[in-house]
Design a protein around this ligand. Sequence first.
Ligand code: FES
Length: 91
Amino acid sequence: MSPDATPRCRYEQPPGARRVFMEQGGPLLVEGPVEVVLEDGSTVVSERFMVALCTCGRTATQPWCDTSHRRRVSEPAPERGSGSSRQRPQE
Ligand code: FES
């Protein structure tokens, strides 16, 4: 068996590889600095050591995460007359 055929440890980072961390329901964390190419072909750069890229679409600072993913989406108000409200009977 050649050394190339040896499976890599799952957590081993190959030399020169950029490491990306995935958070369910949150941003994609990328070791920086990074240059991101946007849909229109323009680029944005971050020099930070760790960059959070929005995957939820709620950020106001695309493509960067602004933690909007943490906000709960409010439940819709129950419909009137659904029988589940606790209103006093009218006199
Ligand atoms: S992932 Fe954080 S705002 Fe979208």
